[in-house]
Design a protein around this ligand. Structure first.
Ligand code: AMP
Ligand code: MN
Ligand code: MN
Ligand code: MN
Length: 276
């Protein structure tokens, strides 16, 4: 029997639109049996999500999506089945949130040079949790008529190398894996298809991830074309990594992407949830 499972989703504690309770209820509506809440650099939504999940017979996996800099580029490492209150983890994440706040000041200064005023206060007013993300800046740009949608805001202002782009040194790969392991969790490379890196660099990343003790890779990711799935399934087997599946759901307004609507893992994969 296949289980309906989604191991990557966001709430408004980071850059999602739903409350933790709202996300769990949507998972229930979608007949999901297992849901992981994986907000960017915070675990603050887990307590609320766990409580509602228990009342609704959804198995909640406590998670987080850690921002990492590896060879000068940003990668995301999801932690699954973590203790959300583990001190080493929460201290590490608090450090990343400080960097987010400093970056926000820098982004606003850069946008001011493009005659976009008041971006810092305007963006901060949209933050509902403890992190400020580029998604909040993108929403500010849309709300104020500078861009027609979030994608355009990234394309014009916030994406890599664009006028509002500010570089951050996030956690190292070693740190992310060790925080996640310290909190009792498994470390997963998120959305491997989204990094725009060549074959050699992907292999270097996977080798380094294995050296750090990394556990799994998202073989199935929400935004990913089905033709690349066999490739990531083979990489998972080659590097002896478990396989995860996650939509990376952020908002009901992204009508093309729903919680839990994911293809099954290829047969050769070892599902990461078999570890629990
Ligand atoms: P941050 O971690 O603050 O740098 O923001 C990264 C987040 O921005 C990702 O987790 C996505 O949710 C969102 N994002 C990145 N690129 C795009 C894009 N092209 N269109 C819409 N959202 C994006
Ligand atoms: Mn996001
Ligand atoms: Mn991500
Ligand atoms: Mn995500």
């Amino acid at each position: 029997m296949t289980i309906s499972i989604d191991l990557h989703a966001h709430t408004r504690c980071s850059d999602g639109d739903l409350s933790p309770a709202g996300l769990v209820l949507r998972a229930k509506q979608q007949n999901l049996q297992v849901l992981a809440v994986t907000d960017h650099d915070t675990t603050e939504g887990i307590a609320e999500a766990s409580e509602i999940a228990e009342q609704n017979q959804v198995k909640l996996v406590a998670g987080v999506e850690v921002s990492v800099t590896w060879e000068n580029k940003t990668f995301h490492i999801v932690g699954l089945n973590i203790d959300p209150d583990n001190k080493q983890l929460t201290n590490g994440l608090a450090g990343l949130r400080v960097r987010r706040n400093l970056r926000a000041i820098e982004i606003a200064e850069k946008l001011a040079k493009k005659n976009i005023e008041n971006a810092l206060q305007g963006t901060q007013a949209l933050v509902k949790g403890s992190i400020v993300s580029r998604t909040h800046f993108a929403q500010f740009l849309v709300n104020n008529g500078y861009c027609k949608n979030l994608q355009q805001a990234f394309k014009r202002y916030l994406g890599d190398g664009k006028p509002g782009c500010a570089k951050v040194q996030w956690a190292s790969l070693e740190q992310a894996v060790s925080w996640i392991h310290g909190a009792g969790g498994l470390a997963v490379i998120a959305h491997p298809g989204r990094y725009k890196i060549g074959r050699a660099r992907m292999h270097a990343l996977l080798s380094h991830f294995k050296e750090c003790g990394g556990d799994a890779i998202e073989v199935i990711s929400g935004s990913q074309s089905p033709d690349v799935t066999p490739h990531f399934a083979r990489l998972a087997t080659e590097y002896e990594l478990f396989a995860s599946v996650g939509s990376d759901f952020h908002s009901p307004s992204q009508r093309w992407l729903e919680l839990g609507r994911l293809p099954a893992l290829p047969e050769i994969c070892k599902p990461v949830w078999n570890c629990w």
